[in-house]
Design a binder for this molecule. Structure first.
Ligand code: CA
Length: 219
């Protein structure tokens, strides 16, 4: 899962980044509103943690703009104030949930799992498709009694394919979701990791979940 943090208080952004990385999430963090908006408009994130009071453009204005562009990514607003008006305004503008700062790690993780569960078949840390299960906390792929450990990149790629099963995704979209927006991934890396996953899925005898890779990728 790829999560974007838009938060101008760098210590808070760093703290959240550490907590979520430990849980296997892939994190990008930006520290002002304009940059946050442009990252969100890339459409590659599974969830956004969005501060309200930001330099440049406020979190409220960002969520309004994002929804008007038809992007339905889950958004949890982070607010320093506990005023009920702030919460209502955020939800009215299209945010999915809010957290009042300061919050603890357990509450943050529970809220994120609850939002992601709304969009995929995830139970706790387990994502399942057909009869295979992918564990976000251990990067293990399981089918019945068989289990195999994936590398972090293999995990991110397979998770992306499982969450989007049945859809056809452009290669560039998958590369951005797995390797991020800083262009560290390319078509060659994608081919290499697709072939790693094919071998592991063959070992699991999950021939039914061997995605097609002609042109775009059918998940
Ligand atoms: Ca702030």
């Amino acid at each position: 899962m790829r999560v974007l943090i838009v938060e101008d208080e760098k210590e808070i952004a760093d703290g959240i980044t550490g907590i979520l990385k430990d849980e296997g999430y892939v994190i990008d963090a930006v520290y002002d509103g304009e940059e946050g908006l442009s990252y969100i408009l890339s459409g590659v994130y599974d969830l956004i943690l969005l501060d309200v009071m930001l330099p440049g453009i406020s979190g409220f204005d960002i969520v309004k703009k994002v929804r008007s562009e038809g992007i339905d990514t889950q958004v949890i607003m982070l607010t320093a104030k506990s005023q009920i008006e702030d919460k209502i305004q955020g939800l009215d503008l299209g945010a999915d949930d809010y957290l009042t700062k300061p919050f603890d790690a357990g509450e943050l993780l529970a809220r994120i799992r609850a939002r992601i569960r709304n969009t995929t078949d995830i139970k706790g840390n387990i994502l399942s498709t057909y009869d295979i299960e992918l564990d976000a906390s251990t990067f293990r792929l399981k089918q019945g009694a068989r289990a195999i450990k994936l590398s972090k990149t293999e995990y991110q790629l397979l998770e992306c394919l499982m969450v989007n099963k049945g859809q056809i995704l452009p290669r560039d979209t998958i590369i951005t979701k797995v390797w991020g927006v800083d262009d560290s991934g390319d078509y060659n890396s994608l081919e290499v990791y697709i072939s790693f996953l094919r071998k592991k899925l063959k070992f699991m005898k999950r021939i039914g979940f061997l995605f097609k890779t002609v042109g775009n990728i059918r998940c």
